[in-house]
Design a protein around this ligand. Structure first.
Ligand SMILES: CC(C)(COP(=O)(O)OP(=O)(O)OC[C@H]1O[C@@H](n2cnc3c(N)ncnc32)[C@H](O)[C@@H]1OP(=O)(O)O)[C@@H](O)C(=O)NCCC(=O)NCCS
Length: 265
């Protein structure tokens, strides 16, 4: 599989020579293998809700940099989630690449968006976590972003919308029945977040400089963009319903993508 996920010019691949060293038992629990086949034009969306039985199931997978980031987490449950999520990400990506999860190397762009450091690798991914759920989206050759949020009551949602969302988005949320406004708020939030994660520039983009749809009566979409009107036709947005009381969104460059959804375990 790894070869098919690489462009034609590849001539070096650190992990490949180590494939034979990989033992499925070593990395248990790893039920991602064999990974489903990822086709051109397809997005695989993974919803993961299980945490490791013991952290040692995952710590040995992480790089020293990842362990350093994990130990910077101030609360024990955030440390555990970080270790689990980054271990799971390694297990999942390595299943697609048919390589040893410990050999994957990650880099980031200057805004922190992670990517695989494998020459000519076509695999793109993005991850999001909230509450007990982690979502990972995977595709070939396109910038992709995913966001998931647990829906919790937020008393000051109107102030947040007024200061972060565009006027068009705030008006659209206020147009909902009062009981539906918080869900619309979260749809707006996750769609905006997914888009900035796909673009990869984080919060360097002003959040009120673009508008997304927020109503369930219309499809998820980028509606307006102040820095370049053409962006509206360059990006696709999708609404995600990963679990009760959670909402998500996915953004990807280009159109006509199809999705396959997977849950784990
Ligand atoms: C980091 C950020 C990209 C997402 O943060 P978030 O929503 O708190 O967290 P998520 O769980 O959805 O995503 C975090 C993951 O996205 C990835 N990520 C980090 N920086 C990224 C970037 N610039 N672009 C895309 N993905 C990024 C990483 O895999 C990260 O996981 P890690 O921290 O365990 O390595 C950034 O947008 C941010 O800080 N957001 C703050 C929230 C906010 O104000 N949102 C307003 C929405 S209207």
């Amino acid at each position: 599989m790894l070869k098919t996920l690489l462009g034609p010019k590849t001539d070096s691949l650190d992990g490949e020579k180590n494939v034979a060293m990989y033992s499925q038992d070593v990395c248990s629990p790893s039920s991602f293998r064999p990974a489903p086949k990822l086709m051109d034009g397809q997005i695989h969306i993974w919803t993961i809700s299980q945490r490791p039985r013991t952290l040692s199931d995952y710590t040995f997978l992480l790089s020293s940099d990842e362990m350093k980031r994990a130990t910077r987490m101030r609360l024990p449950h955030l440390f555990e989630r970080f270790v689990a999520d980054h271990g799971l990400l390694r297990l999942l990506l390595s299943a697609y690449l048919e390589t040893d999860p410990r050999l994957l190397q990650f880099g980031t762009n200057k805004y922190g968006k992670p990517r695989l450091l494998i020459p000519a690798c076509r695999l793109r991914f993005n991850m999001s976590h909230s509450g007990d759920i982690t979502m990972i989206a995977i595709c070939l050759d396109a910038e992709i972003g995913i966001d998931v949020e647990a829906i919790r009551p937020i008393i000051e949602w109107e102030e947040i919308a007024a200061s972060h969302f565009s006027l068009r988005e705030s008006a659209s949320i206020h147009a909902e029945e009062a009981s539906a406004q918080i869900d619309a708020f979260y749809r707006c939030w996750t769609r905006k977040e997914a888009l900035i994660k796909a673009i990869g520039t984080g919060l360097s983009i002003s959040l009120d400089s673009f508008s997304v749809s927020t109503s369930l009566k219309e499809p998820a979409a980028l509606l307006h963009c102040t820095w370049d009107a053409e962006e509206v036709s360059r990006w696709s947005l999708m609404h995600l319903d990963p679990a009760d009381n959670y909402v998500g969104a996915l953004a990807i460059r280009g159109a006509a993508w199809t999705t396959r959804h997977f849950t784990w375990p």
